[in-house]
Design a protein around this ligand. Structure first.
Ligand SMILES: CC(C)(COP(=O)(O)OP(=O)(O)OC[C@H]1O[C@@H](n2cnc3c(N)ncnc32)[C@H](O)[C@@H]1OP(=O)(O)O)[C@@H](O)C(=O)NCCC(=O)NCCS
Length: 227
């Protein structure tokens, strides 16, 4: 699945500068990670910080950052800042049964080679190795901005799932085996392309699914969502 000229390993301090550069490229309106935050991620949960590198020169091509949470400590529509303790991951719970996919990004020059898929699989292997219930994330919806006046967010997500519309991020996540839970507003601070929306997504570990009372749909909302 992973092209032979790439490999996936854990993040090292020498990767920080390249990771910050990728962050600036793919999220031009968001504040990029700081080296101190990337250090915090490695301190609290080193085995959840993945980097895809080119084999010949070890150049960083993409990353997937995760932490373990108890979703019952949160609202379903909490923002990225809340779920990640402002990007530090210092809210990581070693006993948390959910792997939270805080970020996945691939350098534009390395996109469409299967790295996003391989990085997602790596997190799935971690869920299985640590006997966790599930993997949860929130997918940006950068295709929605251009449809916002024509259709509701629910209709847009339905169209993407049904294949009549393609979203640059949610369509990739769907192919990677995630399933949708619910659209939420205000997940990222400056995601104008997504018109402020994101879709909560999950992958349930078939070997260790959550008890029914911990279904994400039972989590309360912090605010009333208006489409
Ligand atoms: C979302 C993102 C991580 C996907 O990364 P990626 O490495 O391009 O993902 P993949 O290569 O696995 O899949 C993307 C596409 O490449 C295709 N692909 C996979 N392997 C391929 C190969 N060997 N050759 C050609 N195409 C390939 C996939 O089929 C998919 O295409 P499709 O959507 O038309 O079906 C990337 O677009 C990104 O960094 N976006 C900006 C940051 C972001 O929004 N992250 C998500 C936050 S929720």
């Amino acid at each position: 699945m992973l092209p032979s000229n790439y490999r996936i390993r854990l993040v090292e301090p020498t990767d920080y500068e390249a990771i910050i550069d990728i962050c600036r490229l793919v999220y031009p309106t968001e504040r990029p990670y700081t080296a101190a935050e990337l250090d915090d991620h490695r301190q609290v949960y080193p085995q959840g910080q993945f980097v895809a590198v080119r084999t010949d020169d070890d150049a960083v091509a993409g990353v997937h950052f995760t932490l373990r949470l108890r979703m019952a400590d949160f609202h379903l529509d909490d923002s990225w800042d809340v779920l990640t303790a402002d990007g530090s991951f210092l809210d990581h719970r070693p006993d948390g049964p959910t792997l939270y996919g805080a970020d996945i990004m691939v350098h534009p020059a390395h996109q469409h080679h299967g790295l996003g898929h391989a990085l997602t699989d790596q997190a799935r292997f971690l869920v299985q190795a640590e006997n966790l219930w599930r993997m949860v994330g929130a997918s940006r919806l950068p295709g929605y901005g251009q449809h916002r006046d024509a259709m509701s967010i629910e209709a847009y997500v339905d169209a993407v799932i049904g294949g009549t519309l393609v979203d640059p991020v949610l369509s990739v996540h769907m192919k990677d085996g995630w399933s949708v839970v619910r659209p939420i507003h205000g997940y990222l601070q400056h995601d104008d392309d997504s018109a402020g929306w994101a879709e909560v997504i999950q992958w349930i570990n078939p070997a260790c699914p959550p008890p029914p009372e911990f279904d994400l749909r039972n989590l309360p909302s912090a605010c009333v969502v208006k489409a």
